[in-house]
Design a protein around this ligand. Sequence first.
Ligand SMILES: *[C@@H]1O[C@H](CO)[C@@H](O)[C@H](O)[C@H]1NC(C)=O
Ligand SMILES: *[C@@H]1O[C@H](CO)[C@@H](O)[C@H](O)[C@H]1NC(C)=O
Ligand SMILES: *[C@@H]1O[C@H](CO)[C@@H](O)[C@H](O)[C@H]1NC(C)=O
Ligand SMILES: *[C@@H]1O[C@H](CO)[C@@H](O)[C@H](O)[C@H]1NC(C)=O
Ligand SMILES: *[C@@H]1O[C@H](CO)[C@@H](O)[C@H](O)[C@H]1NC(C)=O
Ligand SMILES: *[C@@H]1O[C@H](CO)[C@@H](O)[C@H](O)[C@H]1NC(C)=O
Ligand SMILES: *[C@@H]1O[C@H](CO)[C@@H](O)[C@H](O)[C@H]1NC(C)=O
Ligand SMILES: *[C@@H]1O[C@H](CO)[C@@H](O)[C@H](O)[C@H]1NC(C)=O
Ligand SMILES: [Cu+2]
Length: 659
Amino acid sequence: MLILHALVLFIAAVAAIPAAQITPAPFAQGVEGRGLLSNIYNNVNSLVNGVLGITSSTTTSTKRSSTSSTKTSSTKIATNTDFVVTKDAVSTISSTSTASLSTALRSSVTTTRSIATSAATPSATGSVCSGNTADDRSVWCDYSIDTDWYSEAPDTGVTVEYWLDVTNVTLAPDGVERLVLAVNGTVPGPTIEANWGDTVRIHVRNSLTNNGTGIHWHGIRQNYTFQEDGVPSITQCPIAPGDSLTYTWKATQYGTSWYHSHYSLQAWEGVFGPIVIHGPATADYDEELDTIMLTDWGHETVDSQYTYAQVVGPPLMDTALINGMNVWEGAGSRYEANFENGKKYRLRLINSAIDTYFKFSIDNHTMTVIANDFVPIVPFETDVLTITMGQRYDIIVEANDGVAGVGDYWMRAIPQLACSNNNNPDDVRAIIRYDSSSTATPSTSAWNQTDACEDVPLASLVPHLSQSVSDPTGENLDVAVSTNEDSLFRWQIGPTSMQVQWGEPSIVKIWEGNATFENDECVYQLPDANKWMYWVIETDIPVPHPIHLHGHDFFILASAESASYDSSVTLNLDNPPRRDVASLPASGYLVISFLTDNPGAWLMHCHIGWHTSEGLALQFVERESEVPALVDYQAANATCAKWDEWANTIGIEEEDSGV
Ligand SMILES: *[C@@H]1O[C@H](CO)[C@@H](O)[C@H](O)[C@H]1NC(C)=O
Ligand SMILES: *[C@@H]1O[C@H](CO)[C@@H](O)[C@H](O)[C@H]1NC(C)=O
Ligand SMILES: *[C@@H]1O[C@H](CO)[C@@H](O)[C@H](O)[C@H]1NC(C)=O
Ligand SMILES: *[C@@H]1O[C@H](CO)[C@@H](O)[C@H](O)[C@H]1NC(C)=O
Ligand SMILES: *[C@@H]1O[C@H](CO)[C@@H](O)[C@H](O)[C@H]1NC(C)=O
Ligand SMILES: *[C@@H]1O[C@H](CO)[C@@H](O)[C@H](O)[C@H]1NC(C)=O
Ligand SMILES: *[C@@H]1O[C@H](CO)[C@@H](O)[C@H](O)[C@H]1NC(C)=O
Ligand SMILES: *[C@@H]1O[C@H](CO)[C@@H](O)[C@H](O)[C@H]1NC(C)=O
Ligand SMILES: [Cu+2]
């Protein structure tokens, strides 16, 4: 009976979709299983048959609309029931560069610099920190790898300035043309590069016609600058088409990250690019190679697949890109980099996928991992490195052609099929060449590895700067999925799925002094300053989720797959791994902790794009009483005024969580 009920809702949902969205058959590859629920849970055999076990309970249903959005709360299905979506029903729904980034650093006499005019040579002449050499990467002027960047950062007096344009273009990253939303017309967009202690100012213009935007500087702590965090509905209204917004923040940490849109699914239409903050390191290297961005990719836009994701589960991705490049049926080209024998190269890995755990490796080369996210770690060696969505790893690779002596090697990013559905998992590759004139196709073999969606073992991730957690107080947050009254998937972390309004950002509500948050705004108030909090994030669903927190690095106190948390679990409080994205293991738990040392409204969410849109998010309102004094209301209100005007004219509907 429940099966029937779900199908009726499902058919109702299909009927409600405008014809234009139903007709395209974006799932053209004809791969078996594509139309099945298996995609979302494909590490569970029973689900390959399209039967989804829904956990959790209760039923509620309300609907409200505001001028610029429609909001629907979820209807949960009773515990342990199944429902089926038939295949038939479902089917109706629808530059190659080896340039070293920086061997010399910019002169401190520069106060403002436009990278636009010097993109090919991002580092100007001169050196801010001449002590930092190939033989000693631990020093940084009067600071070093031992500096506690949570309490102090250099003040260079330098402001680095960028202009970014969010554009709507036709590109063929892997040789297959499609519409792409992209920063300055390229995927990835331009690299934002600065030195530790610089102020970074970025002017973002929305040159799209049919979407708002908002750019989040992923992993940037935004110390007392929450308004620069770039999250529509939380820290700003979306930037309306034709409007611009300037973000300013200080680089208090150093290492590797990325920026991306936080508006709807826009990031995964291509609106992202790398961030590099130069600073000291825990191991020495000769040169910087490029950032290496790993992106899963479809030949259809993610927006066109959102209905499918909400009804069936994450769609099969066609392929993936390394630095915006790959080949497809003879077209396209691969990213290539050149190594010189004996040199040690620093590579900066970034996973910018919507839904892919990658294993990264270079055939016949080992790597030394020196940082996770923005946290330098005690170096460790590995052949194969797992990286999940939103995470970064800085690695050093020693060029050693002598081992295999073949001159050309594959660099691989292998989508982990246990949780990431991809139609081209064996051919997401780039090439390392010892002879830059070579055009040979490498014939090397991959390191032995097993397909699995797991984080790097916590024991390997030891922060160089030791920090401890004391007397944390905490709460449980359950991650679960249900379907709403339109039979669309809604995920939640905590009691309910997030639903926030683009036009009513939390920080503006707080400034206005009469903020009353509704349940589905998923607000957790953290009123006390400098308290250690911890959160037990748990799920009984066999799907892992990369959990990302804004405004903080978090400490990972415990984590286990296929296990439930109870008081017998030992929490590691003594220098545990610290970062801003960690995997909640399938059917398991993740215990994280952070110090309430940064006032603001900070999102915590799953970095699977589909899940964020489907509500797997909450916001910590940290030290609310200190927030109003830190808000630039005129600036926020100006962005909101332009947004409201555009949204009301167009009549745009918010179809996802609002973040
Ligand atoms: C991005 O594009 C804008 C508009 O064309 C241009 O002014 C700006 O310099 C570009 N920025 C970078 C970093 O290339
Ligand atoms: C963070 O901001 C606070 C308040 O302005 C300041 O006291 C502190 O020094 C800042 N921390 C860093 C690392 O810059
Ligand atoms: C991009 O351009 C296409 C084709 O003109 C249009 O259909 C689409 O709505 C545009 N997208 C945005 C976000 O402006
Ligand atoms: C953004 O634009 C795309 C077309 O490029 C469209 O499919 C999508 O619905 C738009 N999303 C929002 C939330 O405006
Ligand atoms: C290169 O790597 C492959 C796969 O790991 C291995 O079989 C081969 O022995 C390696 N070659 C050398 C010379 O180490
Ligand atoms: C590859 O890894 C699997 C699983 O760890 C192991 O059983 C197998 O022996 C390994 N093969 C080689 C050639 O090392
Ligand atoms: C707060 O109150 C003011 C004045 O009554 C009103 O204009 C504004 O919309 C309210 N803001 C919120 C977020 O409720
Ligand atoms: C905010 O902007 C609106 C619309 O432009 C304007 O009517 C209102 O006066 C502004 N509020 C404040 C407090 O400046
Ligand atoms: Cu998720």
